[in-house]
Structures are given as C-alpha cells and as structure tokens.
Design a protein around this ligand. Structure first.
Ligand code: CTP
Length: 480
C-alpha cells in the first residue's frame, strides 16, 4: 500500500500545504481521494479539511494558482468552497462536528477537531486523512482502522452503525454502492443496521437514492448490489416491481425460471458488453411485466404473453418514481423492452426478408443496443443450449446485416413524405395522407416496392385512387 507521502505526491498538495502554513491552519486531504489513491483508482475530486475557515483557505490557494476570486465557488451556509485546478476539483471545508435531527437531513453544523470530522464520516475507508502541512507532511491518520478494512475489503461504519446511518440514511445506499463498486463485503454489524434502519431512507430524496442505484448499476457486477439490497430488505422499499420477479411457481410439475435471478444474470451479462446506463436499465426492466402476465397453459406450460408490451408501458411509471429523465433515454429503454423478444423469435423460425426488414425498421438506430440486450438475455444452466442459441443468433445478425446493406432501412426515411403525397394529390393534411403513408411503408417492408420514387410511384397513385383521390402531378414533374 502507498504511504501518506505517496498519496500526496501531486504538486497541488504542496501549494495547499504552503497556503495552510501561511494561514497557520492544520490541513488534511480526506475521504474519497485517500481511499481511491490507496486502491489505485482514479479520483479527480480532492477534499481538504482544515481546522479553521475552509473558505479562507480556498481563497489563499486560488491566489497561489493565480486564479481570480470568481473562480472560487463559496457556499457560505455549508462553510465550504470549491475550486478547479486543471481537471482537479478541490473542495475545502473547516473541520466540523455535525449533529443531525432525527426527522430531517439538515445538520446543525459546529466547528470541531479533525477527530470530530473523522467521526462524522460514513465509513472507515472514507475517514482516512493525510496531513499536508510542512512539518507533518504525509502523516496518515487512521483512527478507525480504515487501512485494515481496505486490505480486508470491508465496508464498516466508524461509529456504531445505527448512529452513522440515522445521521444520514443515504449512507445505507452508499454502503451497498461502495461494496458493489469495490467488490467489498459489508461488516456484519454494519449490514444488520441496514435492515434495522432501512425505513429511514424515506427522508431521502429519490434523486439521491437513484444516483446511488445508478452507480450500482454502472459497476462491473451490478447483481451483487441488487442481492445486497435484497438481503437487507431495502430493495422492496425502493423497487417493489423488481421484487415481484422473485419466485417460481410450479404447476403439473413444471416450474418457470426465477425471473429475479434471471434478470440479474442478464444485467451482469450486458454489463460485460456496455457501460451505457440505459442499455443496462433495459436489461433490468426487460421482463418487468412477467409477473402480471404469467399464466399456466395446459400442454404448453408457462406463458408470459405480451409481457414485452406491458413492460414497455410500465417504464415511464418506474422512471418517474426513480426521478430518472423522461426523455429520449426513457424512450430508448421502452423500445428495447418492447422489442426484446423479436430477434430471438426470428432465430427460432424461418427467417423471411420481410421480418428482417421490419425489425430493422422498428429498431432503427437502436439495433446494436437491441442485439446486445438479446444476447445478454440468453441464459441457461445448460451451456450447450446457450451456445446453440448464440449460434442461431449469429445467423440472424448476419442476415440483418445483409438486408440492411441492400435496403439501408436503418435510416429509413420514406421518400414519399406527407408533403409529397399532399402535393401529388393536391390536398391538405388529413387522414388520407396517413393511410397512404402507412400503405407505402408496409409495401416497402414487405419488399413489394423499394424506397424510391420510380419504384413506388404506381403503388402510391393506386392507393390514392382507392381513397377517391386524383393525382395532379406526374412522376416526371415530381423528380424534375
Ligand atoms: N461522506 C459522508 N457521508 C455521506 C457522503 C459523504 O460521510 N453521505 C464523506 C465521506 O468521507 C466521503 C466524503 O464525504 O469520502 C466525500 O463524499 P463524496 O464525494 O460523496 O464521496 P466519495 O467518497 O468521494 O466517493 P464518490 O466520489 O465515489 O461518490
């Protein structure tokens, strides 16, 4: 493990130390930076605690970096100041004793010693401090055995866990998040307190809870975080729909997959192939409507008819509750949930060009995400089965590529736009325009016509005539 001096080898700390000595303040780098540097993880945020005014220190440091006064962001109420030096984010704060009221997250902030400040931190591995003053340069202060916990890979609160968690209940999510990101265990007593204090999460805003959940989802093996949240009973509080996936029913000796564990496997699988948060959310939600669509059909077994469509419709409700963005990211997740069975279904039947074109058209720019999700969705205890499905899937992918290359359907913009149709039949917007457009799109997808004027002209005219419309322009007029 690195020594205290090695942790602060960045020349920035020399300047902070000099500024502190000049002001006669004891200063320390604390928290995430020390932890990450010991774990050899990248960290661009540096937290500095001093015994005195953090704002005053930030201003002195800014001067020494020749930065203007405006470059220091001051948060008077919190007694903190922030500063950017190159791509480093520096945060300065005076050492504090914080005392929280039981029904609110608003702390009463009092000046304190370094020890007070370390006491009020969330985990032993986050309570390490390294001195940056000249005469104590690089001294590492580790009052709670944080280094031992880093080595033993343990998340543990510095104080009795009930106190640490009730001071700031978000720390319960943070405990699971750090355990998942770092691959650590949670110390038994700390873990027990997650269960006993879990209801206090209700005073935490959903935005902050989702921020932690998203960090869990973005870790290398997100299933671990979900399993921890389940084991400490936090998962039902924040994500009841997900809990419903759990369990297996048996009828006539036939059981179905446990969709809770299956989904976690899909999430881990997709996480090996993408760091995109929304693709990972699609994995989490792809089977979310299985519980309410589950049916046992004699001779056939378990069915989950329509779960992809009902699931897609459930996405906005879940996003709203988690305060996730209700924008094109949500639409992407919906689309993936809606289409997630399609490529697999194709691999099981005779593949027609028309079915391939339809899939290309509907998936559009999301084709790669959809294929990645579908591959991740192939889970079975039987390795040969998985291999066989993946091989079939390769065939589907190959054919999709062929059709795409010949038809360029992914960026499918029909040349027969609404404007063109209105122009040809000399009419304003209305139902007929939509009907003709749909008929043309279907004909293109069925391979009856191609997406160009010459090939589709007669088809469009005949569709118009069927609706009692008369063309006023010829093909020559339109392409000239
Ligand atoms: N901290 C805390 N309780 C919280 C949040 C933060 O005690 N609810 C303390 C911890 O000592 C933490 C430090 O404040 O190390 C900085 O917090 P933050 O920047 O949120 O977390 P990091 O530990 O830096 O980790 P990350 O950047 O991954 O969130």
């Amino acid at each position: 493990m690195k020594s205290g001096i090695e942790i602060i080898e960045n020349p920035i700390f020399k300047i902070i130390g000099e500024a502190s000595d000049f002001l006669g303040l004891e200063s320390y780098v604390v928290g995430g930076f020390v932890r990450d540097s010991l774990l050899a993880r990248e960290c661009k945020d540096i937290d500095i605690v001093c015994l005195g005014s953090g704002i005053g220190l930030a201003e002195e440091v800014a001067k020494r970096f020749n930065l203007s006064e405006q470059s220091v962001s001051i948060f008077k109420n919190f007694g903190t100041a922030m500063l950017k030096v190159d791509d480093w984010d520096l945060e300065f704060v005076g050492a504090r004793k914080e005392s929280y009221q039981r029904d609110s997250r608003k702390p009463l902030v009092l000046e304190g010693s370094l020890e007070d400040d370390q006491n009020r931190r969330d985990f032993t591995i986050n309570a390490l401090a390294v001195s940056v003053n000249n005469d104590t340069w690089g001294t590492l202060l580790d009052p709670f055995g944080g280094i031992d916990d880093l080595q033993a890979k343990i998340i543990r609160t510095p104080l009795e866990p009930g106190i640490t968690f009730s001071d700031d209940p978000l720390r319960m999510m943070r405990a699971v998040r750090f355990a998942t990101q770092l691959g650590f265990d949670i110390f038994p007593e700390t873990f027990e307190a997650l269960t006993t204090e879990k209801d206090r999460l209700s005073i935490i805003s959903m935005e902050r809870i989702s921020e932690e959940l998203n960090k869990i989802i973005l870790s290398d093996r997100p299933s671990y975080g979900f399993l921890l949240l389940d084991a400490c009973q936090i998962l039902p509080i924040i994500f009841p729909e997900f809990m419903k996936l759990k369990g297996v029913d048996t009828e006539e000796g036939k059981g179905h997959k446990d969709n809770f564990y299956h989904t976690l496997q899909v999430l881990d699988n997709i996480s090996k192939n993408t760091n995109d948060l929304w693709w990972r959310w699609a994995a989490i939600l792809h089977d979310i409507a299985k519980p309410q669509t589950k049916k046992f059909v004699q001779q056939k077994g378990w069915t989950f008819h329509g779960h992809e469509e009902i699931g897609a419709r459930q996405v906005p409700t879940i996003f709203k509750r988690f305060k996730l963005p209700l924008n094109e990211k949500m639409k992407l997740v919906q689309k993936l949930v809606r289409l997630h069975l399609r490529p697999i279904a194709l691999s099981k039947e005779e593949i027609t060009d028309s079915a391939l074109r339809r899939l290309l058209f509907e998936a559009g720019d999301e084709l790669e995400a959809l294929m990645t999700l579908c591959r991740a969705d192939i889970t079975s205890k039987n390795g040969d089965k998985v291999k066989k499905y993946l091989r079939n899937f390769d065939t589907v992918e190959g054919k999709l590529r062929e059709v795409e290359a010949s038809d360029s359907l992914r960026s499918f913009q029909p040349v027969f736009s609404g404007e063109v149709i209105m122009d040809v039949f000399d009419m304003g917007p209305g139902k007929e325009v939509g009907l003709i457009k749909i008929a043309i799109r279907e004909a293109i997808l069925d391979g009856l016509i191609r997406n160009d004027f010459a090939s589709g002209w007669d088809f469009m005219i005949s569709e118009g005539l069927k609706l009692g419309l008369k063309p006023v322009k010829s093909l020559d007029q339109m392409i000239s």
